[in-house]
Design a protein around this ligand. Structure first.
Ligand code: SF4
Length: 365
């Protein structure tokens, strides 16, 4: 079984108001230099030679790079981690930074899956979020990706947006379904510290849907997607049969993964590391011959058990109970509440329990 390989491209055209990802609105020479540094990290990797079962370019916005820049990094990955013949090879894409020639070059190079950051089909939402694209760009980008030969595509959508109501969310769902993506990831907007949205929210300037409405929005989309033939396999993820995101499944199943690039996280041989986040700090460490990570942690058995429960519970299939110590009292209590299935073999959330995944995990660990 090959490795899951993640590459972090930390650049975006602008910074969205809600974003706390490791991304920077930079342009020019710094991008070329960072790309060379990422290639150098990959070429000197301790895991060079291990084949890849999945490769995922995330960010930031990988498609903010030019074709030449993106493929330069991609070729470094291919040479360090030859992909298995059935490897899933994904790039995130922002609809405002792509066109047919770019998608065609990516497809020719070997990418076979696109994860499109659509977020909303309402222009006012996109403006409010600080996105660079508009609704029409999503449809254009999906068409361009299809024309370039991508037959496996995810759309990311967000609900719980400022001023959004149930009707607007359902209309978003319809626009998404009409594009027939193979996979949909639906996330609720969260207000993260150190973002412009956090400050606005603290000042009472952000009107967000109430919790009850969020629950309804979540259930609405589950029901609508099921009717459209999608299967839910994780709290926020829906797929046409057999097209689950294998890269993300590797995270949720606790498999090893290698991470490259500024701010990338990897977990190899029982050690989790996080690379220096700012591109300048990352490049300086590389040129000084110092380690690229700023933190690393040897995972103890207990940490692995806790993470296994926290991540595995997100999956609809649950996690096998064998070898996982959980308190029988907590288990019974959660079953009585209707949040966990009463199953001796598998820890599995009920439909109701999916609203309380963190609470269930905390109770169990
Ligand atoms: S495009 Fe994504 S990574 Fe970039 S600023 Fe917006 S939310 Fe953050």
């Amino acid at each position: 079984m090959g490795l899951a390989v993640y590459v972090h491209i930390p650049f975006c055209p602008t910074k969205c108001g809600y974003c706390d990802f490791n991304s920077y609105a930079m342009e020019g020479e710094v991008i070329d230099k960072t790309i060379e540094a990422i290639c150098s990290e990959i070429n000197n990797s301790a895991w060079k030679g291990m084949s890849a079962s999945t490769i995922f370019f995330g960010g930031g916005t990988p498609t903010f790079l030019s074709e030449k820049q993106l493929i330069r990094v991609f070729e470094a990955v291919l040479s360090a981690h030859p992909p298995e013949s059935s490897a899933e090879i994904t790039s995130e894409a922002n609809p405002g930074t792509v066109d047919m020639p770019k998608f065609a070059a990516m497809r020719r190079a070997g990418f076979n899956r696109i994860s499109m950051g659509a977020q909303s089909f309402v222009d006012n939402d996109l403006i409010r979020l600080g996105r660079v694209h508009r609704a029409g760009d999503i449809e254009r980008a999906v068409g361009a990706a299809r024309e370039a030969g991508f037959s496996n595509m995810n759309l990311d959508l967000m609900f719980g947006l400022p001023g959004q109501n149930r009707r607007a969310w359902l209309s978003n769902m319809e626009r998404a379904i009409a594009l027939q993506p193979e996979h949909l990831s639906l996330y609720c907007l969260t207000i993260e510290q150190n973002t412009p949205f956090y400050k606005e929210h603290s000042r009472g300037e952000l009107v967000l849907p109430e919790d009850e409405e969020l629950v309804t929005m979540y259930e609405d989309c589950g029901a609508r997607l099921q009717k459209a033939g999608y299967l839910q396999y994780e709290i926020s993820n829906y797929t046409q049969p057999g097209l689950e995101c294998r890269h993300n499944l590797a995270y949720w199943n606790g498999d090893d993964y290698a991470g490259y690039g500024p701010g990338a996280v990897g977990c190899m041989d029982g050690v989790r590391y996080t690379n220096l986040k700012h591109p300048e700090l990352y490049m300086k460490a590389l040129s000084d011959g110092r380690p690229l990570f700023f933190e690393s942690e040897k995972l103890t058995e207990e940490t692995r058990r806790v993470e296994r429960i926290m991540l595995g519970l997100r999956l609809n299939s649950g996690i096998p109970r064998k070898g996982l110590e959980v308190s029988p009292i907590a288990f019974k209590k959660l079953v009585a509440k209707g949040w966990l299935e009463d199953d001796a073999e598998v820890l599995q959330l009920t439909k109701q329990g999916r609203h309380f995944c963190s609470e269930v995990a905390l109770e169990l660990i």
